[in-house]
Write a protein that binds this ligand. Structure first.
Ligand SMILES: [Zn+2]
Length: 264
């Protein structure tokens, strides 16, 4: 059985470097190079198989919160507003977890102690939020940008009561989370740039070791919305990115027609 654009949505296309080894990072991809397609997966390690049967390990460098937000935006494009709210919520929670890791790394707290503490709060998002608020306050002497009580009430109705939100309320919620992560990430990168790099590197290294798939042959980063808004102005809105997502889906569908994929 082959997968194509009719049977699966894809998020990423990667050239097979064994079919056509790349001459160098600035030389581009030779025309006709077989492409491997995949949806987003959990974690940064993607074991992929090209149409000729070569396998590669690709590492996607984007942090989890960026991928979850991207999934939420794609869900809006596809008309699944409830799923978008769930993904945006997870994106914010994972961003706050990442921020806690950066704040603790900056304070030189030993990694094993961080892991011990993380396990004690991992099952309860309210505990994690409390830890995030106070660590942020301690470092920056101000509260972090947060959702309002009304936003939490909206989220709870969607996540726990099965409410199907409108497109407008979903975009509004997504924009609030986009703005929160945009301003928080700028502060983190401005004040704790070394900790941000250390934690990103450490998280990817741990995931690669845990996957037991060997050394990656391809490393890449997706041009996600949250990556872009870090350097965009403060008025940019989520809906401005949606036409671009449609273009990407169209492009990936045409690649899938040309290079039908086998499940892996
Ligand atoms: Zn190949």
């Amino acid at each position: 059985m082959l997968w194509n654009s009719l049977t699966m949505r894809f998020a990423l296309a990667v050239p097979c470097v064994e079919c056509a080894p790349l001459p160098g990072p600035v030389s581009g991809i030779p025309r006709g190079t077989p492409m491997m397609l995949t949806a987003y997966r959990d974690g940064p390690c993607y074991e992929m198989r090209c149409p000729a049967g070569h396998t590669s390990l690709m590492v996607l460098g984007n942090p989890k919160y960026e991928i979850l937000f991207q999934i939420g935006a794609n869900a809006i494009v596809d008309g699944y507003y409830r799923e978008a709210v769930v993904s945006f919520t997870s994106s914010l929670e994972r961003f706050q977890e990442f921020a806690v890791q950066c704040l603790l790394s900056n304070s030189e707290v030993p990694e094993e102690k961080v892991e011990e503490a993380r396990k004690r709060v991992a099952k309860q998002s309210e505990r994690q939020l409390g830890a995030f608020i106070f660590l942020w306050l301690n470092r920056f002497l101000t509260l972090p940008p947060l959702l309002s009580d009304g936003d939490y009430s909206f989220r709870n109705k969607v996540v726990h009561d099965g409410m199907i939100p409108t497109r407008a309320s979903t975009l509004d919620y997504g924009n609030k989370i986009l703005r929160i992560i945009q301003s928080s990430m700028r502060l983190l990168k401005g004040m704790l740039s070394e900790a941000v790099l250390t934690v990103s590197y450490r998280n990817n290294k741990a995931a690669i070791e845990q996957s037991r798939l060997g050394n990656p042959s391809i490393s890449m980063a997706d041009g996600t919305i949250l990556k872009h808004v870090e350097s965009a102005d403060n008025t940019i809105r989520l809906e401005e990115y949606l036409p671009m997502l449609v273009d990407v889906q169209t492009l990936l569908a045409s690649v899938a027609e040309r290079f039908p994929q086998t499940p892996n």
